[in-house]
Ligand binder design. Structure first.
Ligand code: AMP
Length: 278
């Protein structure tokens, strides 16, 4: 059996429509390719919620700005397709830039609320690009369910807010972070790390754990994490903070659950990690 690959939106929509007409639920795993074990875990997490699973591969230009790694972002379609055997997924959706953003495209989405602060403080364009492409992908695939990794925790909350606010009838499933044996969160960007940078990167999860379990005040815990990250060899810290797990606002006595989140750079490589506070 060969794995169906759709490159045109019309073809993708028709395939989904046919499945749904047959009473099947369609699930979507949106990715930017360079697939790793973390991506494959999303497929497993989505399986209970869908009869047919589509993986999309699209390196979305609108979530990058000049100076970021759009041109260098790892692209390996043949290898990705070899990982996505027909018994693992039911279709792969690989639209081109022109198919996604044809001449005249003029309706970007600008999310607010949980899309403000943290990632957006450094990358104000980012969640607009993400929300726009995810809304398009959900409509193009007619997904009944879609899965997003907690690896990108703020993004997961932005997507939940997006489907709620725009009444998109897709159930959003959250999947836990997959890590290397030494604790480093898997990421397509880890391939950029050289041997020395990889050693520094391992400290991220250790310092994150200390932040999540700290008995200091949130401000003191954050300051200590900054010092520890710089001491470990990180060259810049975008944030190392404790937040309300639902709103991402600074925590208060009333916050029902808390999350520790860090974004830090080693030279020009930006690493993210997060975890719930116990
Ligand atoms: P990306 O291809 O990096 O845009 O990621 C596509 C999806 O995979 C997003 O929902 C990510 O949150 C998720 N993802 C990336 N890395 C991991 C990981 N280590 N564990 C679980 N999910 C991940």
């Amino acid at each position: 059996m060969t794995l169906p690959i759709f490159r045109m939106i019309d073809d993708m929509q028709q395939a989904s429509q046919a499945w749904q007409s047959a009473g099947l639920r369609v699930g979507l795993v949106p990715t930017m390719g360079a697939l790793h074990v973390g991506h494959l875990s999303l497929i497993e997490a989505l399986a209970p919620y869908s009869d047919k699973i589509i993986v999309s591969i699209f390196v979305n230009p609108t979530q990058f700005v000049a100076g970021e790694d759009l041109g260098d972002y790892p692209r390996q379609e043949a290898q990705d397709l070899s990982v996505l055997a027909p018994n693992v997924v039911d279709a792969v959706f690989i639209p081109s830039n022109d198919e996604m953003y044809p001449q005249g495209f003029a309706t970007p989405i600008t999310p607010q609320g949980v899309a403000l602060g943290l990632e957006a403080a450094q990358r104000p364009h980012f969640f607009g690009g993400v929300a726009t492409i995810v809304a398009k992908l959900l409509l193009q695939t007619k997904a009944n369910a879609a899965v997003f990794g907690e690896k990108d925790y703020q993004q997961l909350l932005v997507i939940k807010q997006l489907v709620r606010d725009l009444n998109i009838p897709t159930q959003i499933i959250a999947a836990p972070i997959m890590r290397e044996k030494d604790g480093l969160a898997m990421s397509s960007r880890n391939v950029y790390l050289n041997k020395d940078e990889r050693k520094i990167a391992v400290q991220l999860n250790i310092i994150l754990k200390a932040l999540a379990t700290s008995t200091l005040s949130p401000d003191e815990a954050s300051a200590l994490a900054h010092t520890q990250l710089l001491g470990a060899g990180f060259t810049a810290i975008d944030y190392a903070t404790l937040r309300d797990a639902q709103t991402l606002q600074p925590i208060t006595q009333a916050s029902p659950s808390r999350r520790a989140l860090i974004a830090a750079r080693i030279n020009n490589i930006r690493l993210l990690d997060n975890m719930p506070c116990p």
